[in-house]
Design a protein around this ligand. Structure first.
Ligand SMILES: [Zn+2]
Ligand SMILES: [Zn+2]
Length: 335
């Protein structure tokens, strides 16, 4: 009996977990509009659970832990070191916690795991190990540039360089900007900078470090070359032009800092007993696997508009396969 080619993501790797495909453009961009589906998508795909977690953390930090505007009005090592330490601890807890649960304890085995392989070793990695390599670049350059951009942004507002108008404290504006505003600015900016660093000279010199990982893990999220960190975190500069409440800046810290840890986790969901929450992003997993597709995120579907949207089906894979450059090899290539 002839074998039937698998049609979905499972056919593109050899694992046992089959993620639902095709990955569809969010209902919020549907035309004609589908308001109920758009609200459902916003609640389920954007807010729950990570954005709600980051929002809670942002409120706590803004209320009790953020230095005063008077303190942040001058650039001094003391308060910047405090922000660096806070970011170091939060990134370590989220990326390290997910890594410990999924890869050290292997608490859910291969349940919801996109790729059956586990983190690798080899000379392409700093210190010869994927985990050590990724944790190193995340905790050194990653946290340092995240802190630098955050601190400079707080300073710009506190020193009066950027004027914060009264309307930016309107509760409705704050909540909308801290959730949808942060998500759309971050993902739109990410598509743009990521698309640029995929051009050949920049890819070889800079972005290749992030792409050492065709099979990403939580520590891969912001494991990047320092020059990529400068570009990736430059999304903070949007808030130098669009004035916002400090809560929005803190949300941006967590969405772009520890945020990529769950999305790179390699597991579609993290399971705690019988309960599980969404984590890994198949759309970006496909980017790590096939390189020249899915430069952005599903939340801001620029890839759909530019023809590089890999929806996880074999049909789309065969159509987009020619985009992969010959100098970029992934593990177990799909024919
Ligand atoms: Zn990535
Ligand atoms: Zn890339």
């Amino acid at each position: 009996m002839p074998s039937v080619a698998p049609s979905g993501y499972r056919g593109l790797v050899s694992g046992s977990y089959e993620h639902p495909v095709p990955l569809e453009v969010p209902a919020v961009f549907a035309w004609p509009p589908r308001p109920l589906a758009a609200i459902e998508w916003t609640l389920r795909m954007i807010l729950y659970p990570w954005v709600l977690l980051y929002l809670t953390m942002s409120v706590v930090i803004w209320k009790w832990l953020l230095p005063s505007e008077a303190t942040m009005s001058s650039l001094e090592l003391g308060w910047i070191a405090g922000i660096w330490l806070r970011n170091l601890v939060i990134v370590a807890l989220i990326a390290g916690g997910l890594h410990w649960w999924l890869y050290v304890r292997r608490a859910q085995g291969e349940d919801f795991k996109f790729n059956p392989r586990w983190p690798g070793t080899g000379s392409k990695f700093t210190f010869g190990s994927q985990v050590r390599d990724n944790a190193f670049w995340t905790m050194t350059s990653g946290v340092a540039f995240l802190t630098a951009y955050e601190s400079l942004t707080h300073w710009a507002y506190s020193s009066g360089l950027v004027h914060r108008p009264g309307w930016s404290s309107n509760p409705v504006v704050v909540v909308l900007m801290a959730t949808l505003g942060v998500v759309f600015v971050s993902t739109g900016h990410f598509w743009l900078n990521h698309r640029i660093i995929h051009t050949v000279p920049l890819y070889r010199r800079i972005h290749g470090l992030h792409h050492r990982n065709p099979n990403p893990t939580p520590w891969t999220g912001i494991s990047m070359h320092p020059l990529e960190h400068i570009v990736y975190f430059s999304g903070f500069l949007v808030w130098w032009v669009i004035p916002v409440h400090p809560l929005v800046i803190l949300m941006f810290v967590f969405y772009d800092g520890p945020g990529p840890a769950p999305s790179h986790s390699g597991f579609a969901r993290v399971r705690l007993g019988r309960w599980s929450v969404p984590a890994g992003d198949l759309f970006h997993q496909l980017h790590h696997r096939f390189f020249e597709v899915n430069y952005g995120n599903t939340q801001m579907p620029i890839d759909w508009w530019t023809g590089t949207w890999h929806d996880g089906t074999r049909t789309t894979h065969l159509r987009l396969k020619g985009r992969q450059r010959s100098d970029q090899t992934s593990v177990d290539p799909v024919s």
